[in-house]
Design a protein around this ligand. Sequence first.
Ligand code: FBP
Ligand code: AFP
Length: 336
Amino acid sequence: MSTVSLEFGSTFADCLARTVAADARLADAAAVIAACAEAAVDVSEVIGRGMLGGADLAATGGNNSDGDVQKALDVLAHERFTEALRGAPVAVVASEEAEGMMQLNPGAPLAVAIDPLDGSSNIGVNMAVGSIFGIRPVVAGEADSIASFTTPGTEQIAAGFVTYGPATSLVVTLGHGTQIYTLDRETRTFRLTHPRLEVVASAKEYAINASNARNWDGPVKAYIEDCLRGSEGPLDKDFNMRWLGSLVADAQRVLLRGGVFLYPGDNRKGYAQGRLRLLYEAAPIAMLMEQAGAGAIDGERRILDIGATGIHERVPLIFGSIDEVACVAKYYGGRN
Ligand code: FBP
Ligand code: AFP
Protein backbone atom coordinates (compact mmCIF):
# COMPACT_ATOMS: atom_id res chain seq x y z
CA MET A 1 0.00 0.00 0.00
CA SER A 2 0.86 3.65 0.42
CA THR A 3 4.11 5.40 0.88
CA VAL A 4 2.13 8.66 1.01
CA SER A 5 2.35 10.05 4.52
CA LEU A 6 -0.72 12.01 5.60
CA GLU A 7 -0.88 13.87 8.90
CA PHE A 8 -3.72 14.21 11.39
CA GLY A 9 -5.54 17.53 10.97
CA SER A 10 -4.41 18.15 7.37
CA THR A 11 -7.09 19.47 5.05
CA PHE A 12 -8.59 17.12 2.51
CA ALA A 13 -7.25 19.35 -0.28
CA ASP A 14 -3.69 19.08 1.07
CA CYS A 15 -3.96 15.30 1.39
CA LEU A 16 -5.25 14.99 -2.17
CA ALA A 17 -2.41 17.18 -3.42
CA ARG A 18 0.15 15.01 -1.62
CA THR A 19 -1.38 11.84 -2.98
CA VAL A 20 -1.34 13.18 -6.53
CA ALA A 21 2.25 14.40 -6.09
CA ALA A 22 3.19 10.81 -5.21
CA ASP A 23 1.18 9.29 -8.06
CA ALA A 24 0.16 11.63 -10.88
CA ARG A 25 -2.15 8.96 -12.38
CA LEU A 26 -4.57 9.70 -9.54
CA ALA A 27 -5.10 13.35 -10.52
CA ASP A 28 -8.46 12.82 -12.26
CA ALA A 29 -9.85 10.58 -9.52
CA ALA A 30 -8.71 13.12 -6.93
CA ALA A 31 -10.61 15.84 -8.79
CA VAL A 32 -13.74 13.68 -8.74
CA ILE A 33 -13.48 12.99 -5.01
CA ALA A 34 -12.91 16.69 -4.37
CA ALA A 35 -16.13 17.43 -6.27
CA CYS A 36 -17.99 14.82 -4.22
CA ALA A 37 -16.63 16.36 -1.01
CA GLU A 38 -17.97 19.79 -2.03
CA ALA A 39 -21.40 18.35 -2.73
CA ALA A 40 -21.30 16.48 0.58
CA VAL A 41 -20.72 19.72 2.51
CA ASP A 42 -23.88 21.20 0.95
CA VAL A 43 -25.93 18.06 1.59
CA SER A 44 -24.63 17.93 5.17
CA GLU A 45 -25.80 21.52 5.76
CA VAL A 46 -29.27 20.74 4.44
CA ILE A 47 -29.52 17.63 6.64
CA GLY A 48 -28.18 19.54 9.64
CA ARG A 49 -30.99 22.13 9.43
CA GLY A 50 -33.63 19.39 9.44
CA MET A 51 -37.19 20.70 9.44
CA LEU A 52 -35.87 24.24 10.08
CA GLY A 53 -34.66 24.31 6.48
CA GLY A 54 -38.19 25.01 5.30
CA ALA A 55 -38.83 21.67 3.62
CA ASP A 56 -39.68 18.18 4.81
CA LEU A 57 -36.70 16.14 3.62
CA ALA A 58 -38.70 12.95 4.11
CA ALA A 59 -41.57 14.11 1.88
CA THR A 60 -42.22 11.49 -0.77
CA GLY A 61 -42.32 12.19 -4.49
CA GLY A 62 -41.65 9.99 -7.52
CA ASN A 63 -40.05 6.57 -7.83
CA ASN A 64 -36.43 5.63 -8.41
CA SER A 65 -34.86 2.98 -10.66
CA ASP A 66 -36.15 0.23 -8.40
CA GLY A 67 -39.67 1.54 -8.02
CA ASP A 68 -38.80 2.71 -4.47
CA VAL A 69 -40.58 5.89 -3.46
CA GLN A 70 -38.09 8.77 -3.54
CA LYS A 71 -37.88 11.20 -0.65
CA ALA A 72 -37.10 14.90 -1.11
CA LEU A 73 -33.56 14.38 0.22
CA ASP A 74 -32.92 11.53 -2.24
CA VAL A 75 -33.71 13.89 -5.10
CA LEU A 76 -31.81 16.85 -3.64
CA ALA A 77 -28.67 14.77 -3.05
CA HIS A 78 -28.86 13.23 -6.53
CA GLU A 79 -29.11 16.69 -8.11
CA ARG A 80 -26.30 18.19 -6.01
CA PHE A 81 -23.87 15.33 -6.62
CA THR A 82 -24.69 15.25 -10.34
CA GLU A 83 -24.03 18.98 -10.61
CA ALA A 84 -20.68 18.54 -8.83
CA LEU A 85 -19.68 15.61 -11.05
CA ARG A 86 -20.53 17.67 -14.13
CA GLY A 87 -17.66 19.97 -13.17
CA ALA A 88 -15.23 17.04 -12.81
CA PRO A 89 -13.53 14.73 -15.37
CA VAL A 90 -16.52 12.37 -15.45
CA ALA A 91 -17.98 11.02 -18.69
CA VAL A 92 -20.77 8.86 -17.35
CA VAL A 93 -22.65 8.31 -14.09
CA ALA A 94 -24.76 5.44 -12.80
CA SER A 95 -26.92 6.68 -9.92
CA GLU A 96 -29.41 4.81 -7.79
CA GLU A 97 -31.81 7.66 -8.45
CA ALA A 98 -31.69 7.47 -12.26
CA GLU A 99 -32.87 4.51 -14.29
CA GLY A 100 -30.32 4.80 -17.10
CA MET A 101 -26.73 6.00 -17.25
CA MET A 102 -26.23 9.76 -17.38
CA GLN A 103 -23.74 11.11 -19.93
CA LEU A 104 -21.98 14.15 -18.46
CA ASN A 105 -18.71 15.17 -20.18
CA PRO A 106 -18.01 13.35 -23.46
CA GLY A 107 -14.36 12.31 -23.71
CA ALA A 108 -13.69 12.56 -19.98
CA PRO A 109 -11.70 9.64 -18.52
CA LEU A 110 -13.84 8.47 -15.58
CA ALA A 111 -17.12 6.71 -14.81
CA VAL A 112 -18.81 7.13 -11.42
CA ALA A 113 -21.34 4.86 -9.71
CA ILE A 114 -23.15 6.65 -6.90
CA ASP A 115 -25.84 6.22 -4.30
CA PRO A 116 -26.42 9.89 -3.53
CA LEU A 117 -28.44 9.18 -0.40
CA ASP A 118 -28.12 5.85 1.34
CA GLY A 119 -30.31 4.84 4.27
CA SER A 120 -33.50 6.53 3.07
CA SER A 121 -35.59 5.02 5.85
CA ASN A 122 -33.55 7.10 8.31
CA ILE A 123 -34.52 10.41 6.68
CA GLY A 124 -36.96 12.33 8.82
CA VAL A 125 -36.10 10.54 12.08
CA ASN A 126 -32.74 12.27 12.69
CA MET A 127 -30.64 9.15 12.17
CA ALA A 128 -27.45 8.72 10.16
CA VAL A 129 -27.65 8.58 6.36
CA GLY A 130 -24.89 8.72 3.77
CA SER A 131 -23.64 8.92 0.18
CA ILE A 132 -21.49 6.24 -1.50
CA PHE A 133 -19.42 6.39 -4.69
CA GLY A 134 -17.00 4.30 -6.73
CA ILE A 135 -14.77 5.70 -9.49
CA ARG A 136 -13.65 3.66 -12.50
CA PRO A 137 -11.87 4.35 -15.79
CA VAL A 138 -14.05 4.68 -18.88
CA VAL A 139 -13.42 1.68 -21.12
CA ALA A 140 -11.82 3.11 -24.26
CA GLY A 141 -14.39 3.94 -26.93
CA GLU A 142 -17.26 2.70 -24.75
CA ALA A 143 -18.39 5.84 -22.92
CA ASP A 144 -21.95 5.39 -24.24
CA SER A 145 -22.26 1.74 -23.25
CA ILE A 146 -22.46 -0.08 -19.96
CA ALA A 147 -18.95 -1.48 -20.53
CA SER A 148 -17.28 0.86 -18.03
CA PHE A 149 -19.54 -0.52 -15.29
CA THR A 150 -19.35 -4.24 -16.10
CA THR A 151 -15.67 -4.61 -15.26
CA PRO A 152 -15.00 -6.12 -11.80
CA GLY A 153 -14.64 -3.89 -8.77
CA THR A 154 -10.88 -4.38 -8.83
CA GLU A 155 -10.96 -1.80 -11.66
CA GLN A 156 -12.08 0.92 -9.27
CA ILE A 157 -9.46 3.63 -8.94
CA ALA A 158 -11.02 5.15 -5.86
CA ALA A 159 -14.07 4.82 -3.64
CA GLY A 160 -15.63 6.62 -0.75
CA PHE A 161 -18.64 7.31 1.38
CA VAL A 162 -19.92 10.18 3.45
CA THR A 163 -21.68 9.64 6.76
CA TYR A 164 -24.07 12.41 7.78
CA GLY A 165 -24.20 11.49 11.47
CA PRO A 166 -23.44 13.33 14.71
CA ALA A 167 -20.38 14.49 12.74
CA THR A 168 -20.15 14.41 8.96
CA SER A 169 -17.28 12.28 7.80
CA LEU A 170 -15.74 11.40 4.48
CA VAL A 171 -14.20 7.94 4.22
CA VAL A 172 -11.97 7.54 1.16
CA THR A 173 -9.45 5.38 -0.57
CA LEU A 174 -7.39 6.08 -3.66
CA GLY A 175 -5.74 2.69 -3.32
CA HIS A 176 -3.29 3.88 -0.65
CA GLY A 177 -5.11 2.73 2.47
CA THR A 178 -8.41 4.04 3.81
CA GLN A 179 -8.65 7.41 5.57
CA ILE A 180 -11.42 9.25 7.41
CA TYR A 181 -11.83 13.02 7.21
CA THR A 182 -14.18 14.88 9.53
CA LEU A 183 -16.07 17.99 8.47
CA ASP A 184 -15.09 21.18 10.27
CA ARG A 185 -18.45 22.91 9.97
CA GLU A 186 -17.03 26.37 10.69
CA THR A 187 -14.65 26.36 7.74
CA ARG A 188 -16.65 23.89 5.58
CA THR A 189 -13.44 21.89 5.29
CA PHE A 190 -12.81 18.18 5.72
CA ARG A 191 -9.77 17.44 7.92
CA LEU A 192 -7.92 14.18 8.31
CA THR A 193 -8.81 12.47 11.59
CA HIS A 194 -7.97 8.81 10.84
CA PRO A 195 -4.83 8.70 8.65
CA ARG A 196 -4.69 4.95 8.23
CA LEU A 197 -7.46 2.58 9.21
CA GLU A 198 -6.66 -0.98 10.19
CA VAL A 199 -9.74 -3.03 10.96
CA VAL A 200 -9.19 -5.51 13.78
CA ALA A 201 -9.01 -9.06 12.43
CA SER A 202 -11.38 -10.55 14.96
CA ALA A 203 -14.37 -9.05 16.76
CA LYS A 204 -17.57 -9.97 18.57
CA GLU A 205 -20.17 -7.77 16.91
CA TYR A 206 -22.42 -8.56 13.98
CA ALA A 207 -24.94 -6.48 12.05
CA ILE A 208 -27.94 -8.00 10.29
CA ASN A 209 -31.64 -7.20 9.98
CA ALA A 210 -32.89 -10.02 12.21
CA SER A 211 -36.53 -9.53 11.19
CA ASN A 212 -35.66 -11.39 7.97
CA ALA A 213 -34.26 -14.45 9.81
CA ARG A 214 -36.89 -16.90 8.57
CA ASN A 215 -36.06 -15.97 4.96
CA TRP A 216 -32.24 -15.98 5.03
CA ASP A 217 -29.96 -18.20 2.99
CA GLY A 218 -29.12 -21.44 4.87
CA PRO A 219 -25.45 -20.60 5.56
CA VAL A 220 -26.31 -17.22 7.11
CA LYS A 221 -29.09 -18.80 9.17
CA ALA A 222 -26.60 -21.36 10.51
CA TYR A 223 -23.93 -18.71 11.20
CA ILE A 224 -26.28 -16.40 13.12
CA GLU A 225 -27.72 -19.34 15.08
CA ASP A 226 -24.16 -20.11 16.18
CA CYS A 227 -23.53 -16.42 17.04
CA LEU A 228 -26.65 -16.54 19.23
CA ARG A 229 -25.33 -19.62 21.01
CA GLY A 230 -22.37 -17.47 22.04
CA SER A 231 -19.66 -19.03 24.15
CA GLU A 232 -21.79 -22.18 24.47
CA GLY A 233 -21.60 -22.78 20.70
CA PRO A 234 -18.84 -23.59 18.20
CA LEU A 235 -17.82 -19.94 17.76
CA ASP A 236 -16.94 -19.89 21.44
CA LYS A 237 -17.58 -16.20 22.13
CA ASP A 238 -20.49 -14.00 23.15
CA PHE A 239 -21.60 -11.56 20.46
CA ASN A 240 -23.22 -8.15 20.47
CA MET A 241 -25.54 -7.02 17.67
CA ARG A 242 -25.97 -3.61 16.00
CA TRP A 243 -28.12 -2.62 13.00
CA LEU A 244 -28.41 1.04 12.04
CA GLY A 245 -30.56 0.72 8.91
CA SER A 246 -27.90 2.65 7.05
CA LEU A 247 -25.12 0.79 5.26
CA VAL A 248 -22.66 3.68 5.58
CA ALA A 249 -23.16 4.04 9.32
CA ASP A 250 -22.77 0.29 9.85
CA ALA A 251 -19.69 0.28 7.58
CA GLN A 252 -18.11 3.16 9.48
CA ARG A 253 -18.61 1.34 12.77
CA VAL A 254 -17.03 -1.82 11.31
CA LEU A 255 -14.05 0.20 10.04
CA LEU A 256 -13.50 1.76 13.45
CA ARG A 257 -14.15 -1.12 15.83
CA GLY A 258 -14.45 -4.24 13.72
CA GLY A 259 -17.25 -6.77 13.39
CA VAL A 260 -19.15 -8.24 10.49
CA PHE A 261 -22.08 -6.90 8.44
CA LEU A 262 -24.40 -9.22 6.54
CA TYR A 263 -27.13 -8.52 3.99
CA PRO A 264 -27.60 -11.99 2.47
CA GLY A 265 -29.92 -13.20 -0.23
CA ASP A 266 -33.27 -14.26 1.16
CA ASN A 267 -36.60 -15.81 0.17
CA ARG A 268 -38.62 -12.63 -0.11
CA LYS A 269 -39.78 -11.71 -3.58
CA GLY A 270 -36.99 -9.71 -5.28
CA TYR A 271 -34.43 -10.41 -2.52
CA ALA A 272 -32.70 -13.52 -3.94
CA GLN A 273 -29.55 -11.39 -4.25
CA GLY A 274 -30.21 -9.43 -1.08
CA ARG A 275 -30.96 -5.74 -1.17
CA LEU A 276 -27.71 -3.91 -1.75
CA ARG A 277 -26.39 -2.80 -5.15
CA LEU A 278 -23.13 -4.08 -6.53
CA LEU A 279 -21.92 -0.95 -8.30
CA TYR A 280 -22.72 1.87 -5.94
CA GLU A 281 -22.93 0.10 -2.57
CA ALA A 282 -21.05 -3.22 -2.37
CA ALA A 283 -18.05 -2.53 -4.64
CA PRO A 284 -17.06 0.84 -3.09
CA ILE A 285 -17.52 -0.52 0.45
CA ALA A 286 -15.47 -3.60 -0.50
CA MET A 287 -12.57 -1.48 -1.76
CA LEU A 288 -12.62 0.65 1.41
CA MET A 289 -12.70 -2.50 3.56
CA GLU A 290 -9.87 -4.24 1.73
CA GLN A 291 -7.73 -1.12 1.85
CA ALA A 292 -8.21 -1.18 5.63
CA GLY A 293 -7.27 -4.86 5.94
CA ALA A 294 -10.85 -6.15 6.14
CA GLY A 295 -12.75 -8.39 3.69
CA ALA A 296 -15.94 -8.36 1.59
CA ILE A 297 -17.63 -11.36 -0.04
CA ASP A 298 -21.01 -12.42 -1.39
CA GLY A 299 -20.71 -15.69 0.54
CA GLU A 300 -18.64 -17.51 -2.05
CA ARG A 301 -16.86 -14.83 -4.08
CA ARG A 302 -14.78 -11.79 -3.28
CA ILE A 303 -17.01 -8.78 -4.03
CA LEU A 304 -14.25 -6.99 -5.96
CA ASP A 305 -13.98 -9.91 -8.42
CA ILE A 306 -17.62 -9.66 -9.49
CA GLY A 307 -18.56 -7.85 -12.71
CA ALA A 308 -22.05 -6.34 -13.02
CA THR A 309 -24.42 -7.15 -15.87
CA GLY A 310 -26.67 -4.16 -15.17
CA ILE A 311 -26.10 -0.87 -13.39
CA HIS A 312 -28.66 -1.55 -10.65
CA GLU A 313 -27.70 -5.18 -10.03
CA ARG A 314 -27.90 -6.47 -6.45
CA VAL A 315 -25.48 -8.70 -4.61
CA PRO A 316 -25.45 -10.45 -1.22
CA LEU A 317 -22.95 -8.56 0.91
CA ILE A 318 -20.88 -9.72 3.87
CA PHE A 319 -17.99 -7.55 5.00
CA GLY A 320 -15.83 -6.75 7.98
CA SER A 321 -13.06 -8.12 10.16
CA ILE A 322 -11.06 -10.56 8.09
CA ASP A 323 -11.34 -13.56 10.44
CA GLU A 324 -15.10 -13.09 10.83
CA VAL A 325 -15.61 -12.87 7.06
CA ALA A 326 -13.52 -16.03 6.63
CA CYS A 327 -15.66 -17.70 9.29
CA VAL A 328 -18.88 -16.82 7.40
CA ALA A 329 -17.29 -18.10 4.18
CA LYS A 330 -16.84 -21.49 5.83
CA TYR A 331 -20.61 -21.73 6.40
CA TYR A 332 -20.94 -21.26 2.60
CA GLY A 333 -18.54 -24.15 2.12
CA GLY A 334 -15.45 -22.04 1.50
CA ARG A 335 -12.02 -23.34 2.38
CA ASN A 336 -10.78 -20.28 4.31
P1 FBP B 1 -31.87 2.76 0.31
O1 FBP B 1 -31.17 2.51 -0.98
O2 FBP B 1 -33.36 2.82 0.19
O3 FBP B 1 -31.33 3.95 1.00
O4 FBP B 1 -31.61 1.45 1.19
C1 FBP B 1 -30.31 0.97 1.46
C2 FBP B 1 -30.28 0.59 2.91
O5 FBP B 1 -30.81 1.63 3.68
C3 FBP B 1 -28.89 0.28 3.43
O6 FBP B 1 -28.23 1.44 3.74
C4 FBP B 1 -29.21 -0.55 4.67
O7 FBP B 1 -28.17 -1.41 5.04
C5 FBP B 1 -30.41 -1.29 4.21
O8 FBP B 1 -31.05 -0.54 3.20
C6 FBP B 1 -31.40 -1.52 5.31
O9 FBP B 1 -32.34 -2.37 4.79
P2 FBP B 1 -33.52 -3.05 5.62
O10 FBP B 1 -34.58 -2.01 5.70
O11 FBP B 1 -33.88 -4.20 4.76
O12 FBP B 1 -32.96 -3.42 6.95
P1 AFP C 1 -25.60 3.99 27.77
O1 AFP C 1 -26.35 4.34 29.03
O2 AFP C 1 -24.29 3.30 28.01
O3 AFP C 1 -25.49 5.13 26.85
O4 AFP C 1 -26.47 2.85 27.04
C1 AFP C 1 -27.83 3.07 26.71
C2 AFP C 1 -28.09 2.41 25.40
O5 AFP C 1 -27.16 2.78 24.45
C3 AFP C 1 -29.44 2.75 24.88
O6 AFP C 1 -29.38 3.99 24.25
C4 AFP C 1 -29.68 1.63 23.93
O7 AFP C 1 -31.04 1.42 23.69
C5 AFP C 1 -29.07 0.49 24.67
O8 AFP C 1 -28.06 1.01 25.47
C6 AFP C 1 -28.49 -0.55 23.78
O9 AFP C 1 -28.16 -1.64 24.56
P2 AFP C 1 -27.51 -2.98 24.04
O10 AFP C 1 -26.06 -2.72 24.00
O11 AFP C 1 -27.90 -3.99 25.06
O12 AFP C 1 -28.09 -3.26 22.67
